[in-house]
Design a protein around this ligand. Structure first.
Ligand SMILES: Nc1nc2c(ncn2[C@@H]2O[C@H](COP(=O)(O)OP(=O)(O)OP(=O)(O)O)[C@@H](O)[C@H]2O)c(=O)[nH]1
Ligand SMILES: O=P(O)(O)O[C@H]1O[C@H](CO)[C@@H](O)[C@H](O)[C@@H]1O
Length: 354
């Protein structure tokens, strides 16, 4: 059977200070009326019934998920620690395999913006069809529009059937110069971060490329459904070195295929991605959710809450004002917000701001 696996345990550090440890971006109403996780569930609901929609998340978000979504508790896969996406997807795979030996997983991050529901559904249905035989790991390719260093790049190879191509190379998060050169070649797509595969196929790939993680997962597998499950998950998670599914498996596997898509897609992982959806004034400034008084300010994004934000003579900056934290950062350093938050996490007096 087909299951949706929604990844929802991330801390959303690049979205700090809007995103906080106890309320990360997937639980925020970032664009529109609904939280990002609600939008993710809604998007897949025509294809996968509610009782096969699963969420993999950190223990600390379980109450929040129950408050927002109607997901049965056995479909919430709980992690005691964050060990990146190879671990959380691997955990979901063994949980599903325990209940269904033929489980096929539609893996969906919970921070995407997608427009073009019909095209999205067509692509997912196609991917399920391709993945169900168990030979392939299916990715979705997005036409790149800028040399983004935060994404994976897929080199499109030979066609295996109409609209489906072998992945010749998968390059995760190249630097901007490499990204620009890949785009210039013309046969590279962005990896969307959504995947479809059979749970048993994914585990075989994890066994091959991440053998230590495979051992951790197999020990957990033995205890699923027993009174010791939670204890063993914690014991194994404490031993895991986190790695993303992209670096850990997708860059190495020979079984990846790509379906080029034609829906509108964006990852709302950072303020720079968010600003693409917000209106700009004649100076290229984005002023969102607050009032602002600006003089000689250009190409600057101001995201506020209650206070008036005033700025003079700044250019290419990001200013985020919340109740208790003000963040000021050049836009081209916005990926470093994550590093700053990690630094703050080690300072006892500042921990409460995370
Ligand atoms: N269950 C689970 N989900 C995760 C984990 N890491 C990331 N995710 C989810 O995977 C998706 C993509 O995550 P990222 O944007 O790379 O990471 P993030 O932690 O949300 O954000 P950053 O801290 O800004 O990198 C999001 O839906 C996250 O909630 C994890 O360790 N466990
Ligand atoms: O975990 P991150 O940083 O959000 O990256 C993942 O998602 C990107 C698309 O959002 C992909 O482009 C990446 O390849 C990866 O799957």
């Amino acid at each position: 059977m087909i299951y949706a696996v929604i990844l929802s345990g991330g801390l959303g550090l690049r979205f700090w200070p809007k995103s906080r440890k106890n309320l990360p971006k997937q639980f925020l109403r970032v664009l529109g009326e609904k939280t990002m996780i609600e939008n993710t569930v809604e998007r897949i609901s025509n294809i996968i019934p509610n009782d096969r929609i699963c969420v993999v998340t950190n223990n600390i978000y379980v109450d929040k998920i129950n408050e927002i979504l109607k997901i049965k508790s056995s479909n919430i896969f709980k992690e005691p620690l964050n060990r990146e996406t190879a671990s959380c997807i691997g955990l979901a795979a063994i949980k599903l395999l325990k209940r269904d030996f033929e489980a096929t997983m539609v893996v969906l991050p919970s921070d995407h913006f997608i427009q073009g529901q019909e095209e999205f559904e067509k692509a997912i249905i196609k991917a399920i069809d391709v993945a169900q035989d168990g030979d392939y790991l299916v990715t979705f390719g997005i036409t790149p529009t800028r040399p983004e260093s935060g994404y994976g790049y897929i080199e499109v190879g030979d066609s295996i059937e109409e609209g489906v191509y072998k992945v010749k190379r998968f390059i995760e998060k190249p630097n901007v110069d490499v990204a620009a050169s890949l785009i210039e070649k013309g046969n590279f797509l962005w990896n969307s971060g959504m995947f479809v595969w059979r749970a048993d196929r994914l585990l075989r790939e994890i066994k091959k490329y991440l053998p230590d993680l495979y051992k951790n997962l197999m020990r957990i597998y033995e205890y699923i459904g027993t009174p010791d499950e939670e204890r063993v998950i914690r014991e194994e998670y404490e031993k895991i070195d986190g790695i993303s599914i992209d670096f850990g498996v997708m860059q190495r596997t020979h079984r990846a295929v790509v379906i080029p898509t034609n829906f509108v897609w964006d990852d709302i992982g950072s303020f720079t991605s968010l600003e693409r959806f917000l209106n700009k004034d004649e100076n290229g400034n984005v002023i969102s959710n607050c009032e602002a008084a600006v003089l000689d300010v250009k190409n600057t994004t101001i995201i506020g809450e209650k206070r008036l934000v005033a700025a003079i003579g700044v250019k290419d900056m990001l200013i985020v004002d919340t109740d208790d934290v003000v963040l000021i950062c050049p836009k081209d350093r916005s990926q470093s917000i994550k590093d700053l938050v990690k630094k703050i996490s080690n300072v006892e007096e500042l921990e409460r701001f995370i």
